[in-house]
Design a protein around this ligand. Structure first.
Ligand code: ATP
Ligand code: MG
Length: 402
């Protein structure tokens, strides 16, 4: 039995001792029934968030108004959510308000797919009013209740169906699939942060072969930020192992897509990663020296691009892979790894020239960087100063190379 369930069971027992109902629910029940690895264990209860907070020592309020409190047991988080029903969706994305209920069944009824609408008690007995287990047996994704209604309430569920197909290798049931097509347009109302979670999970999943045609046929692709701007053929042509690398490949193939990257509201790190991957590909295309590539990028970036080149169609694939391998191998042997490795300080330069600091310092450093990397100037203070004496002059506050 998974450690998470053993600890989770203690939370159920505690809630029950206090007279509340409490169950495992959602993804963990589905994954347990399928024999899959459990990521996290969610718990549903009729205890109110305030009551959950008083019962457990360590809790985090992550959305009490929606009924959710995180209970921390030895630093492991468990989401404990009060049974709830969602009423009135007017904007295709969020219930106008949530109300709590006394019955588990109402809580299960609001869940997206039958396989996700199951609960288990602390003895691991299944509560399955919507035949989720049967759906798992038939490897089928189907909505709880009428698909049109459920997708009209919250269009994100359309993208979640795609995500679960990619993760579980299930087929989407016909009524559900038809409703996805009818409501895909409403994905435009969904906050990009929510879509992105599902998109990333989709790309990280194990069964992605049929996903791109599905996204095109259902209209999902054409209603998502950034992807809607990507040409269908280009979209189909890539083999990306993450959403970030998909984005990089698409921008590399069509630079005008760059202006849609901000629509994705990615983190600075993710945006930086995309820019770097695109730049490496461009450097390869323009035949930049291996040593320059080796110096300019960090190892992880080169490794990522290498995998991307290996898995996709590029006309000079073999030579690109060789160059990237070489660039990675060369890194520890480079005389400097970064500009601050140059064996002379800014103060020493100012002293040497009897000048105040200024732009010229940065200019000298970039000249030195080039000389050390490509012209075999030794990275040693005395050698550097000798070189400077021969090659650098000062004229009206600016350096001049002789
Ligand atoms: P994972 O293993 O990736 O976490 P999961 O099934 O736990 O998969 P979550 O996104 O964590 O997926 O959601 C937890 C549960 O909450 C789901 O199993 C489902 O029952 C319910 N749920 C989540 N999002 C929605 C939604 N948009 N509409 C209805 N029910 C939802
Ligand atoms: Mg989950």
């Amino acid at each position: 039995m998974d450690e998470l369930f053993i600890t989770g069971k203690k939370i159920l027992e505690k809630l029950q001792e206090e007279g509340f109902q409490a169950y495992f629910v959602g993804g963990c029940v589905r994954d347990y029934q399928m024999g899959r690895i459990i990521n996290d264990v969610d718990i549903t209860t009729n205890a109110l968030p305030e009551e959950v907070e008083t019962l457990f020592e360590n809790t985090v309020d992550v959305g009490k108004e929606h009924g959710t409190v995180i209970v921390l047991i030895d630093d492991t988080p468990f989401e404990v959510t009060t049974f709830r029903v969602e009423s009135e969706y007017t904007d295709h994305r969020r219930p106008d308000f949530v109300s709590f209920t006394e019955k588990l069944d109402g809580d299960l009824e609001r869940r997206d797919f039958t396989m996700n609408a199951m609960a288990m008690d602390k003895e691991f007995r299944l509560i399955d009013p919507y035949a989720g287990l049967e759906a798992i047996r038939r490897k089928t994704i189907s909505t709880v209740g009428r698909a049109d209604e459920r997708f009209d309430e919250d269009a994100l569920r359309i993208l979640r169906a795609v995500r679960f197909k990619a993760q579980l290798d299930f087929e989407i049931d016909e009524a559900t699939l038809l409703a996805m097509k009818r409501h895909a347009g409403n994905l435009r109302y969904i906050a990009v942060e929510r879509s992105l979670v599902e998109l990333k999970k989709t790309y990280d999943a194990d069964y992605t072969e049929e996903i791109k045609p599905l996204m095109i046929q259902t209209g999902v692709k054409d209603n998502l930020p950034f992807l809607r701007e990507v040409d269908d053929n280009n979209f189909m042509s890539t083999n990306a192992f993450s959403f970030i690398s998909e984005t990089a490949l698409q921008v590399y193939m069509n630079e005008s897509l760059l202006k849609y990257i901000p629509d994705l509201k990615l983190s600075n790190l993710e945006k930086h990663t995309i820019r770097e991957m695109v730049e490496v590909l461009q450097d390869l295309e323009y035949d930049k020296q291996v040593k320059a590539i080796s110096y300019k990028y960090n190892y992880d970036t080169l490794e990522n691009v290498e995998a991307l080149v290996a898995g996709n169609r590029f006309s000079k694939k073999l030579s690109w892979r060789r160059k990237l391998d070489e660039a990675m191998e060369m890194q520890p042997l480079l005389p400097i790894q970064k500009i601050s490795d140059i064996d002379i300080g800014g103060k020493e330069l100012m002293l040497h020239f009897g000048q105040n600091g200024g732009r010229w310092i940065r200019e000298i450093y970039s000249v030195l960087e080039y000389e050390i990397l490509f012209n075999e100037l030794q990275n040693e203070k005395t050698k550097i100063l000798e070189w400077i004496d021969v090659h650098v002059e000062f004229e009206e506050g600016n350096i001049k190379l002789a």
